[in-house]
Write a protein that binds this ligand. Structure first.
Ligand code: TXA
Ligand code: MG
Length: 348
């Protein structure tokens, strides 16, 4: 499952300042981050935010993450920068961690889908940092944040390359969406989200979305394991049961059932001259069946980096089915299993 490098050209300083100007004008700019590409707009401009929801076809009550430059004043955005929040920021920013905090009253609620909280994240990607700093410098008072969900249609696979973003929004001409290049996203799946906004009244941090930064790393900093979301937790679109889905039917298959399931599905596909794809941990001898095998990394971080890219590639090849060997059910694989489980749930 190794992918060719996309040795994209890094945007010039001129392109970065042009992109920052677009954001100031209330226009959309897609930009790379270390997790996935984001579809960005000025977080304090409700009309610009509206363009994100329209482009993504996303329900308007789903809050967006605000992306900040490394030197941003976080207390501009939240009314309660707690010790816990500051400790996580010191440990993991810039990096793939989003914090949900109480929203400062002067920040328009549009960015949070009307919720009293705000999602904040400082991405670790040179192009994102340059854009965010350049944008903030143009804003009054030097404070500015870029609201950005993953740059894909609602419910679809997140983009990890600039080319993915362009193919997600064919209806947006270049004068409506500027896409900054930044190569392949190194993490490959969306940020870990920790809610510190006291939703459970217990004050316990809540893990809303698993990611590259694992719960035990959060616990090392806070001294307490983040809890699981309950019914009172805010709505997270990534927490919908069916999400992150490709278009080709996808099944997660336990290793012990793999050979039989491949055989059954391949025989079925063969009846219509079709083929299936199987993403497996070990190469298998050719069976003569219409199956293409893709051997995936055996290590969770490497698997996460390739995951959306391989799903998109396989989706483009019009297979009758994608069979994915279930990775180990261990904490190291929690984030990958979370995304695979939701992708498969779309077809149950
Ligand atoms: O890695 C990432 O987080 C990427 C990159 C672009 O930064 N962004 C991303 O955004 O994944 P999105 O919108 O696809 O997912 C953000 C999740 C959503 O599920 C949203 O509901 C949740 O974060 N979220 C944002 N603000 C929130 C808030 N105030 N309360 C609860 N959940 C929030
Ligand atoms: Mg998303």
């Amino acid at each position: 499952m190794s992918m060719d490098a996309d040795d994209s050209v890094t945007p010039s300083t001129t392109q970065i300042s042009q992109a920052a100007q677009w954001l100031i004008q209330g226009r959309l700019v897609a930009f790379p981050t270390e997790t996935v590409y984001g579809l960005g707009a000025d977080a304090e401009n409700p009309q610009a935010i509206q363009k994100i929801y329209a482009a993504k076809q996303r329900p308007p009550n789903h809050p967006l993450i605000v992306h900040l430059a490394p030197d941003a004043d976080i207390s501009y955005w939240t009314s309660d920068l707690s010790k816990q929040a500051q400790a996580l920021i010191d440990a993991f920013w810039p990096g793939p961690l989003t914090l949900i905090l109480p929203r400062a009253p002067h920040i328009p609620s549009a960015v949070s889908g009307g919720q009293p909280t705000i999602g904040l994240r400082c991405p670790a990607h040179p192009v994102a940092s340059a854009l965010l700093s350049s944008f903030a410098a143009l804003k009054r008072g030097g404070q500015g944040g870029v609201a950005a969900p993953s740059a894909n249609k609602f419910g679809h696979v997140s983009p990890t390359r600039a080319a993915h973003v362009r193919s997600e929004f064919p209806e947006l001409p270049p004068d409506q969406l500027l896409v900054l290049e930044g190569g392949r996203s190194a993490v490959g799946i969306e940020s870990t989200i920790v809610d510190l906004s006291d939703t459970k009244a217990s004050g316990e941090p809540v893990l809303l979305r698993p990611g590259h930064i694992r719960p035990e790393q959060i616990a090392e900093v806070l001294g307490v394991m983040p809890g699981r979301p309950n019914a009172a937790s805010p709505q997270v679109s990534g927490s919908l049961k069916a999400h992150y889905a490709p278009r080709t039917p996808l099944q997660l298959v336990p290793s012990c059932d793999l050979q039989q399931s491949i055989r059954e599905n391949a025989l079925l596909a063969a009846k219509n001259d079709g083929r299936i794809a199987a993403v497996v941990f070990k190469a298998t001898a050719d069976s003569g069946l219409p199956v293409d095998y893709y051997v995936c990394p055996g290590q969770a971080d490497a698997y996460a980096r390739d995951l959306y890219d391989i799903l998109r590639r396989l989706d483009d090849q019009a297979y009758d089915a994608l069979l994915i060997e279930q990775p180990p059910l261990t904490v190291a694989w929690q984030a990958v299993n979370d995304r695979l489980g939701r992708a498969a749930a779309a077809f149950l």
